[in-house]
Design a protein around this ligand. Structure first.
Ligand SMILES: C[S@@+](CC[C@H](N)C(=O)[O-])C[C@H]1O[C@@H](n2cnc3c(N)ncnc32)[C@H](O)[C@@H]1O
Ligand code: SF4
Length: 388
């Protein structure tokens, strides 16, 4: 990744049903006018490319497109033709890197699994399958539309079409034992996956789980148990050759998601679709763009004015500093203590920095700072102290 490379996020906001834990910008829809969505997405993409080229001072041919990520919602519900049209347009607008990474999130229902071959033919070369659990009771608790067998079948099909397959898992369900979690991870890793994302179940405001929690139900495992599941995840993944490279992400050598690394390394990315956020370095600072969240509002803006972006700001030096550390310390790779775009007038709190290094939560070298396993488990607490 360099200052002349860019990533593209494409948000598809529709799902077959709303999961009770999910606060992503995802909606149910009776009818979707695909031709309108295609026109809106392609015109917003052209708009974003023009805007970036103008602000960065780079000619489109000098901007290399490194990754595209179709996220959601459920992008595996998109017609493959639409995915292909977006990929072709994006590659035509910039100069694509020779090994461009193109990821789509996919849910493992039978309808979506049947489309994996078409997605691969459309240009997708990495699939992130939303397995979440391989346990019948776990899937039912999470309100998922698929069974454990559906998930394993989706992984088989994905691996038969694509070299790079990842899966998303959620742990820390109430009553989930270490043995249950270990058996799920081992089943997955026996399939030679090169990437796993394992997220701790979080109760997000505005979700069904949030209302149930407010009424007194306990829907997550307690903190100590979650900590032991986290240790176990790291150990089992490491035994299978997947090392932790971010709080929730494990990959074999060379298999880390370049798209997500772009966010955590404060790179350049554009976003297309409702609720998408883009950020990039430009001649006059770091831009942050926010698209309208409502699918119908975004669609109508994008059709009438060629984009659905409702907010453009240039980040302050303090915001850049905070983001650099909030994102950077999520990763295991050591972060440079100074960066050309990050103002040296701000400093991490020296006293807390020493305390955390002494506790073994951070490792400070002459020019870099890195988070350890123990530190990643306490990142929110540490950031609160380090950033003041
Ligand atoms: C955009 S979401 C979903 C992608 C896809 N629609 C699916 O459901 O598989 C990306 C991932 O975030 C994780 N996730 C979403 N909400 C979560 C929550 N409240 N707690 C933990 N993980 C969550 C899930 O693992 C999910 O696969
Ligand atoms: S978890 Fe995935 S399928 Fe469920 S509502 Fe969220 S985005 Fe949709």
């Amino acid at each position: 990744m360099s200052d002349t490379s860019i990533s593209l996020y494409v948000h598809w906001p529709f799902c077959l049903s709303k999961c009770p834990y999910c606060d992503f910008n995802s909606h149910l829809a009776d009818q979707i006018e695909i031709a309108d969505w295609q026109q809106a997405m392609l015109s917003e993409l052209s708009h974003m490319a023009r805007f970036y080229s103008e602000k960065s001072g780079l000619a489109p041919a000098d901007i290399s497109l490194d990754t595209i990520f179709f996220g959601g919602g459920t992008p595996s519900l998109m017609p493959a033709e639409l995915v292909e049209a977006i990929i072709d347009k994006a590659i035509g607008l910039f100069s694509a890197t020779p090994h461009i990474e193109i990821t789509a999130e996919a849910n493992p229902t039978s309808v979506e699994t049947a489309k994996i071959a078409d997605f691969a033919a459309a240009g997708v070369n990495r699939l992130s399958v939303g397995v979440q659990s391989l346990d019948k009771a776990g899937l039912s608790f999470l309100g998922r539309e698929h069974s454990p067998d559906d998930a394993l079948y989706a992984l088989d099909i994905a691996q038969s079409h694509l070299r790079r397959v990842s899966c998303d898992m959620i742990y820390g369900l109430p009553d989930q034992t270490e043995a249950q979690w270990q058996s799920q991870l081992e089943q997955l890793l026996a399939r030679q996956l090169s990437h796993v994302s394992a997220y701790q179940l979080t109760i997000e405001a505005g979700t069904v789980f949030h209302s149930r929690t407010r009424k007194g139900e306990v829907l997550v495992a307690d903190d100590d148990h979650v900590a032991s599941l986290y240790h176990l995840t790291e150990q089992i993944c490491a035994e299978a050759g997947l090392s932790a490279y971010e709080i929730s992400n494990y990959a074999a050598d060379g298999a880390a998601s370049r798209h997500n690394l772009c966010y955590w390394r404060s790179g350049n990315w554009l976003a297309v679709g409702p609720g998408g956020h883009g950020q990039f370095w430009a001649q006059d600072g770091r831009y942050h763009l926010v698209n309208r969240r409502s699918p119908s509002g975004w669609l109508s803006d994008s059709l009438s004015q060629s984009h659905g972006c409702e907010q453009i700001s240039v980040l302050t030096a303090r915001e850049i500093f905070d983001n650099y550390w909030m994102m950077g310390l999520r990763m295991t790779e050591p972060r440079p203590l100074s960066h050309q775009h990050v103002s040296s007038k701000f400093r991490l709190d020296e006293v807390w920095l020493d305390n955390f290094c002494e506790a073994g939560w951070l490792v400070k070298e002459t020019d870099t700072l890195a988070t350890t396993l123990e530190g990643r488990m306490r990142l929110d607490y540490m950031l609160g102290k380090l950033l003041g």
